[in-house]
Every structure is written in structure tokens, then in C-alpha cells.
Design a binder for this molecule. Structure first.
Ligand code: ADP
Ligand code: 5GP
Length: 210
């Protein structure tokens, strides 16, 4: 799996060197508890810099939320389709999160590389650990909520979760927060309390030169 990935990775990097000389050429992995504000921050970034970044569109078996677009937010798959992709070794990494499968295909990252733009991935802690084992040479950014109580409020307000899935996400959040405390787990941690302030830090990290 990793070998297949490495074969096109050189293409990925050469794209970056040709098109993104003035900014970081490394992919950026954004993680943090569900509900902490990753999608909100990413949406602001894509709106401010159209065409500068590319989102690695993951596959998932979870049901689409209102407003989510297949092929843009996620590639929505059945469990059978997802398992077939696992068997065919199409994933760089995949994980089970809150009762569903999520994964980054080689194609998702290659599609961004082919456009010659900086690749942004939004994945969970298990995905972070897997990507660290590849030589994708990513930078790792963790978005933390101000507290678990505030996270619970955000997830509740978002109105996307059942009581059960909300509890599963809060449990996973504690693990993510513990992992983020380990030295070297991420290159940068941003606490998303005030959205505008968090966005300024987010933008700075992402645009930062190497
Ligand atoms: P994630 O992508 O990390 O799961 P979202 O971007 O969907 O999280 O954000 C979860 C909810 O919290 C959304 O309803 C969003 O509008 C809200 N939110 C995001 N950032 C903040 C913030 N700084 N303060 C208050 N609410 C926020
Ligand atoms: P949500 O269901 O809220 O969109 O996402 C739930 C969690 O799955 C989030 O932490 C998100 O970062 C993570 N996630 C999304 N795509 C992937 C992926 O491709 N791989 C992994 N490991 N996690 C993912």
C-alpha cells in the first residue's frame, strides 16, 4: 500500500515545487475532535483562497448530512463498497470512527496533486497515526475545543447527532485530546474558542513557509 503511494508521491512533490514555490509544499493533516470546528475553518480558508488548496475527499460509510455534497465533502460509500476498496488496497489509511468507516484513498490525494495545489486532509487520530507511518511528509495541525463541555454544546447545536452518536464522539474526543498532549504528536495546536482568532492562527500555520 505504502509502495503504491510512494510511486506517485514524487509526482505529488514535483507538482508542489512547480506551482507553490512561495509556500509550504507539504500536505497538511488537520485533526481534532468531531465538532471542534475543522470544517468551519476549512470552509473559510477555501472561500478566502479559491484554487490555492485542494481538499482530500475521504470515503465514508456514514450517511450524508443536509447540505453535504457527494464527491466534494465525502465520497459516500456503502459498507460493501468500502470493504472492497480495502481489499483492493486503495487506501493510504482507513479507520472506524463512531460506528462508521472513513478512509483516504490514494486517488483522493493524487487528484489534489494533479491540480498542483496544497493538499489538506481532515482525518481522525487513527488516521494521523497511520499517515505518520507513510513518507507523505505531512505537517500536523490539531484543532482543540476550549473544553469538552463546549464541544458537547457545539455538537448538540449542529444538530447532526443522535444521543448515541454524540456520546461516541465525546468519548473519542477525550482520546484525541490525550493524544494531542503527547510531545511531537502535532506540529501546532490551535484552540478554537473565538472563531476569528482561531482562523487567523489556522491561516498563518497553513500559509507558513517551511
Ligand atoms: P468539525 O468539522 O470539527 O466536526 P464543525 O466545523 O462542523 O466541526 O463545527 C461544529 C459546530 O460548531 C458547527 O455548528 C459550527 O458552526 C460551530 N463552531 C465552529 N467554530 C466555533 C466557534 N469558534 N465558536 C462557536 N461555535 C463554533
Ligand atoms: P464526520 O462524521 O464528523 O464528518 O467525521 C468524523 C471524524 O472522521 C472526524 O474526526 C474526521 O476528521 C474523521 N475523518 C474524516 N475523513 C477521514 C478519513 O479519511 N480517515 C480518517 N481516519 N478519519 C477521517
Amino acid at each position: 500500500m505504502i509502495n503504491t503511494f510512494n510511486r506517485y508521491k514524487s509526482k505529488f512533490n514535483s507538482h508542489f515545487s512547480r506551482f507553490s514555490m512561495s509556500t509550504s509544499t507539504r500536505p497538511i493533516v488537520i485533526s481534532g475532535p468531531s465538532g471542534t470546528g475543522k470544517s468551519t475553518l476549512l470552509k473559510k480558508l477555501f472561500a478566502e483562497y479559491p484554487g490555492k488548496f485542494g481538499f482530500s475527499v475521504s470515503n465514508t460509510t456514514r450517511k450524508p448530512r443536509d447540505g453535504e455534497v457527494n464527491g466534494k465533502d465525502y465520497n459516500f460509500s456503502t459498507v460493501e463498497e468500502f470493504k472492497q476498496l480495502i481489499d483492493e488496497k486503495k487506501f493510504i489509511e482507513w479507520a472506524q470512527f463512531s460506528g462508521n468507516y472513513y478512509g483516504t484513498t490514494i486517488k483522493a490525494v493524487k487528484d489534489v496533486a494533479d491540480k498542483g495545489v496544497i493538499c489538506l486532509l481532515d482525518i481522525d487520530m487513527q488516521g494521523v497515526k497511520s499517515v505518520k507511518k507513510t513518507d507523505l511528509n505531512a505537517r500536523f495541525l490539531f484543532i482543540s475545543p476550549p473544553s469538552i463541555e463546549e464541544l458537547r454544546k457545539r455538537l448538540t447545536r449542529r444538530g447532526t447527532e443522535t444521543d448515541e452518536s454524540l456520546e461516541r464522539r465525546i468519548n473519542a474526543a477525550s482520546d484525541e485530546m490525550e493524544y494531542a498532549k503527547l510531545p511531537g504528536s502535532h506540529d501546532k495546536i490551535i484552540i478554537n474558542e473565538d472563531l476569528d482568532k482561531a482562523y487567523e492562527e489556522f491561516k498563518k500555520f497553513i500559509l507558513e513557509q517551511e
